[in-house]
Design a protein around this ligand. Structure first.
Ligand code: SPD
Length: 369
């Protein structure tokens, strides 16, 4: 321990390139630091603004106001930076909506980044896609009609299509370039688009839902990016109202709901809004996804009034769906135990999110209205 701490202090350096040992006296800069200093952020920014000294860092975005390069923190997770070592940048482009980056990381395989924020890595995408798809679909009997909002990489489609009862899958993704990039660099996710039950709609999901026939869907899955940029509207009340309208009675919504460590206010707001709209039940679940900020991601699971849905005890268990298990890609993260465990909430979250606290009395199901 002491060794490590000592090395850390040795590595402190001043802006003029001289080292300081912490008590003001100058000393030689260790070679590891010299190597890192050899490339300036500005030089590396020519390669990509989020990659500095060979590391992608999610906190860094670049603005070029008045020709000055300014690095600033992402507003979704101020004061922290999650970094991955970059082996190779494979693609960078700019669509009508966002900046798209694909790089090969040294530990997590290929990584897809939109507007400087990690969307998935090959190593841990299974946790997110399997949970966001099977938490809702295993909670209702024989789902037939499903809508995926966002999800342009195709990973959620891949998981939805494991369900043999499903007859029709709509996907509404705003950014065609995300689909094209995924088909090129992430074929193991984009394979989801090949299922003949899938119907792709490139466009604005709020508009798509507004025009959707009432009660059309058994399940809606919102696989959005974070609510900064094109996904801002997807955490607001009118959006949830259109989803509830498009669901049949007793239909279910599963919505990506950020990190319990970082976004308790957002979680609180989303739960409060959803409790006004979804008259069945509203529940919070979570899973570990190491490449997302703070290493976890949450899911809001809601049902409309109608046949009750017991989210914690899946009625349509995956273990009974032979086709889901015999799929050419084995499940890596999801099973019925993981499903039920995902609804166990730590006391701090219940204390901070009053909507969860209110519902934690034994007389009511956790999170249920
Ligand atoms: N903070 C990142 C949240 C990303 C959620 N969407 C991921 C898309 C994977 N299909």
């Amino acid at each position: 321990m002491e060794d490590g701490a000592g090395r850390g202090l040795e590595c402190q350096k001043t802006m003029d390139g001289k080292g300081s040992n912490g008590n003001g006296s100058e000393k030689a800069i260790p070679s590891c630091c010299l190597k890192a200093m050899a490339s300036t952020p500005e030089a590396e920014a020519k390669c990509h603004s989020t990659v500095v000294s060979g590391w992608f860092s999610e906190s860094q975005s670049r603005s070029e106001k008045d020709c000055k390069k300014v690095y600033f923190n992402n507003p979704m997770w101020p004061g922290e930076a999650h970094s991955l070592k970059v082996e190779n940048i494979l693609y960078r482009g700019k669509s009508e909506y966002q900046e798209i980056l694909v790089f090969e990381s040294s530990i997590y395989g290929k990584v897809l980044v939109l507007d400087g924020i990690i969307q998935l890595s090959e190593k841990d995408e299974c946790a997110y896609q399997e949970m966001i798809a099977h938490l809702p679909l295993c909670s209702i009997s024989s789902p037939k009609t499903v809508l995926v909002v966002g999800g342009g990489d195709g990973g959620v489609l891949r998981e939805v299509s494991r369900h043999p009862s499903i007859e029709h899958i709509d996907i509404c993704e705003i950014d065609k370039m995300v689909i094209d990039v995924s088909k090129k660099f992430f074929p193991q996710l984009a394979v989801g688009f090949q299922d003949p039950r899938v119907h792709l709609h490139v466009g604005d999901a709020t508009e798509f839902l507004r025009l959707a026939p009432e009660g059309k869907y058994d399940a809606v899955i919102v696989d959005s990016s974070d609510p900064v940029g094109p996904a801002q509207e997807l955490v607001e009340k009118p959006f949830f109202e259109t989803i509830a309208r498009a669901l049949r009675p007793g239909g279910v919504l599963c919505n990506m709901t950020e990190s319990m460590w970082l976004h308790t206010h957002l979680i609180q707001d989303m739960i409060s809004v959803c409790r006004q709209i979804f008259k069945g039940s509203v529940n919070y679940a979570w899973a570990s996804v190491p490449t997302y900020p703070s290493g976890v991601i949450g899911f809001l699971l809601c049902s409309t009034a109608g046949p009750p849905v017991d989210f914690k005890n899946p009625v349509n268990s995956i273990e009974k769906l032979e086709r889901a298990l015999k799929h050419k890609r084995e499940l890596k993260f999801y099973n019925s135990e993981m499903h039920s465990a995902a609804f166990a909430l730590p006391p701090f979250l219940r204390r901070e999110v009053s909507a969860l606290r209110e519902s934690s009395t034994p007389a009511r199901q956790i999170g249920e209205k």
